[in-house]
Design a protein around this ligand. Sequence first.
Ligand SMILES: Cc1cc2nc3c(=O)[nH]c(=O)nc-3n(C[C@H](O)[C@H](O)[C@H](O)COP(=O)(O)O)c2cc1C
Ligand code: SF4
Length: 431
Amino acid sequence: MVSERPILLENRDRDGYDPLSIKDYIEAGGYGPLKRAMENGPRWVINEVSRSRIRGRGGAGFHAGFKWESVAMQPSDDKVIIANFDEGEEGTFKDRTIIEVDPFKLIEGMTIAAYAMAINKGFIYNRGEYPFFPPIFKKLFEKARSEGLLGKDILGKGFDFDIEVVEGAGAYVCGESSAILQSIEGQAGQAKIKTKRTAVSGVFDRPTCVNNVETLANVPYIVKEGGQNYASIGTRQSTGTRIISLSGNVKRPGAYEVEMGKCTIGDIIKDLGGGVDGTSIKAVLLGGASGSLITPYKLDLKFTMEDAEEAGLTLGSGVIIVFNEKSCPVDLAHNLMGFFAFESCGKCTPCRTGTHHLLRVLDDIRTGRSTEREVEKAMEIARMMDRASICGLGKTASTPFQSLVKNFKDVVDQHLRGECQSHVCSIGGGN
Ligand SMILES: Cc1cc2nc3c(=O)[nH]c(=O)nc-3n(C[C@H](O)[C@H](O)[C@H](O)COP(=O)(O)O)c2cc1C
Ligand code: SF4
């Protein structure tokens, strides 16, 4: 039986704990790590983060230690850190959960990160669809400033660092690491071909570190326990815990924090989610909209980045959406492709036209008008989109379609013959 391993969400069930109270946070051990970091110096902090081998939780899984090293070595005294709280991936609500449960973990994590990389300015890029958080963040910053934990001369050690919250533009692509910079600069949130690394030239051409909220919220624990201890949680390549956003047809949807490598996807659905809400599982979407639709045969996959990679999958931002026997995978893929066609910023042709083309093909499949030849051609276009799109949105937009054709070939074939056994698509008696 799998149970949670709360590190980021450790204060969720603490009696009487008020997430907005800095006193409660400090009483629970908060800001001890910042003091420890400042006693040991920036170099020590970066070494501990590197030793922890923590990989970014925003989707790409980049080692935070490498990124911090690159930013720290920039000679500029005008560097920036951005907490990516865009959380636009379909089915993801883990960062929101961290902010609801223990927002000072992010603020302290950013402050430690800034201290380690000699950064004086931070931004929290707040998801446009979460308009209620910016006023709360502003109050929390005030509380931290009044305790000498943010702003000028933090803890009397001569280190200045402050944070500003930026309201996101409400587009999925704004979470992408080049689009987020444009959006913060006040330009349209569109991805850019990168000619320089963000660590060298990011927002307003200043050396910039972009990290996901969950990545940064782990930092106080890493500093408190030491990198080596953190690395003993999880597996060699997937250290620490992950917060899973579990939703769809499960009895207990929610955000669950688990140790990586200690459970399978099936365990998470059964033990934490209470099992399928229905009679059986038809499909699972793993990793979010840009993830894969997998069959129930893959549920014994261990929840680690390396196991997912080996199976040609990705954990993405930690999304698991369960679909029961009444769902149709073709309809699901059609729905997801509608999302990408809508969210494509339109800057490059493979993504702009490719997403609409795949949407049309999926519509043909669900209405019984498609052919094997059309599906084969669409797979070629999908692979071309992976290679030729400018940014990660276009590079992964076809994943649900490709995984549908690979993993649910029998279901696609049925549709080509004019049947939808789930009676969801128009040919099966649905809409
Ligand atoms: C289309 C697109 C949307 C993204 N949205 C987010 C997001 O909402 N939050 C996030 O942290 N990362 C997002 N990412 C990943 C970021 O580009 C970047 O890799 C991440 O913020 C780096 O932080 P990490 O190393 O801590 O994961 C997105 C990437 C793409 C391609
Ligand atoms: S891949 Fe899509 S979202 Fe990214 S730049 Fe091209 S059109 Fe815009």
